[in-house]
Ligand binder design. Structure first.
Ligand SMILES: Cc1cc2nc3c(=O)[nH]c(=O)nc-3n(C[C@H](O)[C@H](O)[C@H](O)COP(=O)(O)OP(=O)(O)OC[C@H]3O[C@@H](n4cnc5c(N)ncnc54)[C@H](O)[C@@H]3O)c2cc1C
Length: 320
């Protein structure tokens, strides 16, 4: 593949790669994104997606990455056609006490009583967070990147050394692909699946927390609603499982009867790139400076801007 010339290469066109690519291209560098799959076939496309709260505290001590991202999404919600909107919704748990959802949102939260929650949920809170329609948002990031002069090349890299041969600066954002590409055996897929239905008139989201292997969540975006959710470790299948889809639908209908009979218009599957903690660090390889930025598990959207700015600063040697 002929890719001579860029100042920087970004591996991956998911939310982590594209956000990093935007940050680098907007500093004036010539940037090429090299990706095995286009943005519409990434895990990022399958995200819900809610910005926060993050459950990966080890990857974000002090919450700086999450807070930087939250603020940026609040700003993006004021710009037309980004796919970002500020939404009100309920976080609900079936238990009180230590298993109840953590409250660490920077916005106001209001505790809810059982009468404001569908059975069997007994505790929770109402909060305001940015919600992201991922197909529209990834399209926005791609436009913003190409408007800044960036290019996207479809190519599956065989090794980190191959990436290093393409440019003096590399941001490595391959999601679950890091397991083979780096290689990093601590990266594992956690399969997720969502059902997309026509919106019967919902205007606020609902999410069960904390997450187990399966839970109830629905996020309305204008004409459609994204229903979840499941988390299946070490499952690499990216085909929708229709039995799982039926179970997701049934759980969501139990929590929100208006979803009964809503027309199913699609299915999305994504492999969360799980890792004990996010890897965001520099490696020098054959004269190339590589910044790794992968392993965001179920919180990649929520940390995307904080991590992208850090990665970009580490690569270019500037303060974030
Ligand atoms: C159902 C579901 C719901 C979710 N909901 C939320 C949410 O509400 N909030 C939140 O913050 N997060 C959520 N997540 C998690 C979030 O989607 C991920 O953390 C995030 O998408 C990871 O982004 P990424 O860019 O690292 O990976 P990906 O989106 O997987 O992108 C990786 C990119 O690297 C490329 N690549 C891989 N290997 C190679 C190679 N060898 N050569 C070239 N290119 C390569 C791929 O083609 C792809 O373009 C959810 C995930 C799922 C599955």
């Amino acid at each position: 593949v002929a890719l001579a010339g860029p100042d920087a290469v970004v591996v991956g066109a998911g939310v982590i790669g594209l956000t990093t690519a935007v940050c680098l291209a907007e500093t004036g560098l010539r940037v090429t994104v090299v990706t095995a799959e286009p943005p519409e076939r990434t895990t990022s496309m399958a995200a819900g997606a809610m910005v926060g709260p993050v459950f990966l505290r080890r990857s974000d001590p002090g919450g700086t990455r999450e807070h930087a991202t939250f603020d940026e999404f609040v700003r993006l919600a004021t710009i037309p056609n980004t796919g970002v909107r500020i939404s009100t919704g309920r976080f609900a748990a079936k238990t009180d006490g230590p298993d109840a959802p953590p409250i660490h949102q920077p916005t106001d939260v209001v505790a809810l009583g059982p009468d404001e929650l569908p059975a069997p949920f007994t505790s929770g809170f109402r909060a305001i967070v940015p919600c992201v329609d991922m197909p529209q948002y990834l399209d926005y990031l791609r436009r913003r990147f190409t408007n800044a002069g960036g290019a996207i090349a479809l190519h599956r890299l065989g090794s980190l050394a191959e990436a290093a041969s393409l440019a003096p600066l590399v941001a490595n954002c391959p999601g679950v692909g890091a397991r083979e590409l780096v290689p990093d055996p601590s990266v594992r897929p956690v399969r997720g699946q969502q059902v997309i239905v026509e919106n019967p008139g919902l205007d606020s989201f609902f999410i069960e927390a904390p997450f187990g292997p399966s839970w109830t969540s629905f996020f309305p975006f204008g004409g459609h609603v994204v229903l979840g959710g499941i988390a299946v470790p070490d499952d690499w299948s990216v085909e929708p499982d229709l039995e799982i889809a039926d179970e997701i639908l049934a759980r969501c209908v139990a929590a929100e009867p208006r979803l009964a009979g809503a027309r199913v218009i699609g299915h999305r599957v994504g492999l969360r790139p799980a890792r004990p903690e996010v890897r965001l660090e520099v490696q020098e390889l054959e004269g190339t400076r590589i910044v790794h930025d992968y392993g965001h598990g179920g919180g990649g959207v929520t940390m995307s801007w904080g991590c992208a700015r850090e990665a970009s600063a580490l690569l270019t040697g500037t303060a974030p």
